[in-house]
Write a protein that binds this ligand. Structure first.
Ligand SMILES: [Fe+2]
Ligand SMILES: [Fe+2]
Length: 227
């Protein structure tokens, strides 16, 4: 009796799948690093983890910034659902304006990445960005990321089905917070206006060294385990 041919796991022309079929390994970041051989982590021993941990530290130091930039750049040509520019261009426009207004590098990078999760984690994209950047940012910029969606509500006229004033104005409860004023300004000047196709953005390449420098340091006290 003829049986239906099961699709091969490596069919489809995908380059990575083709390499797996041939047994080829992913390259190591450094030529002098070594692979940890077992294919089941249950079989790793302390010496394996020691190798892994040593190599991981250097890997993350370099690759976090590289892969975050890759994440952002993956949406470079994405379509929009109505905005005149896509989210990638919006992020660049926010960063460009922050830079042109003379803000420091960390703030520019915060602007560049503030909406990196806008599509893939749309309901909580401020927290998404905050968690991504938490070890590398000052408390002020983490606060901006976590609260910028809430601070936008007062600007989104007619967006909500029920205009509950307590919800729309929820940011008011933070009025005495040290980061209230900057978060309100960030939203008003650098977020809700940076959707303009007539503005020329600086290219991503301009910001890449900034992202690498911000990711290379750990400035958040919480991340350093100090509180
Ligand atoms: Fe946002
Ligand atoms: Fe935004």
């Amino acid at each position: 009796m003829p049986t239906e041919k099961r699709p091969s796991k490596v069919e489809g022309g995908d380059a990575t799948a083709a390499r797996r079929k041939a047994g080829e390994r992913s390259p190591l970041l450094r030529p002098d690093w070594r692979y940890v051989e077992p294919c089941n982590m249950d079989d790793y021993r302390a010496e394996d983890w020691a190798v892994m941990n040593r190599q991981r530290e250097e890997y993350l130091e370099e690759q976090q910034a590289v892969q975050v930039l890759d994440m952002l750049k993956a949406s470079r040509d994405a379509p929009t659902f109505g905005y005149l520019i896509n989210n990638y261009e919006h992020c660049l426009q926010t960063a460009t304006l922050l830079h042109e207004d003379g803000h420091d590098e960390e703030t520019v990078v915060t602007g560049l990445l503030h909406d990196i999760g806008f599509t893939v984690c749309s309901e909580d994209h401020g927290r998404f960005a905050a968690d991504l950047l938490r070890p590398h940012l000052s408390e002020r910029n983490i606060w901006v990321l976590e609260h910028h969606e809430m601070f936008q509500r007062v600007h989104l006229h007619g967006y909500y089905d029920v205009e509950d004033p307590a919800f729309i104005n929820e940011r008011d409860r933070w009025r005495d917070h040290p980061h209230y004023a900057w978060t309100a300004e960030f939203v008003a000047r650098y977020d809700i206006t940076t959707i303009d196709p007539n503005v020329e953005n600086l290219p991503i390449e301009f910001f890449e060294p900034m992202v690498r420098r911000v990711f290379s340091r750990t400035c958040n006290a919480q991340a350093r385990g100090e509180r």
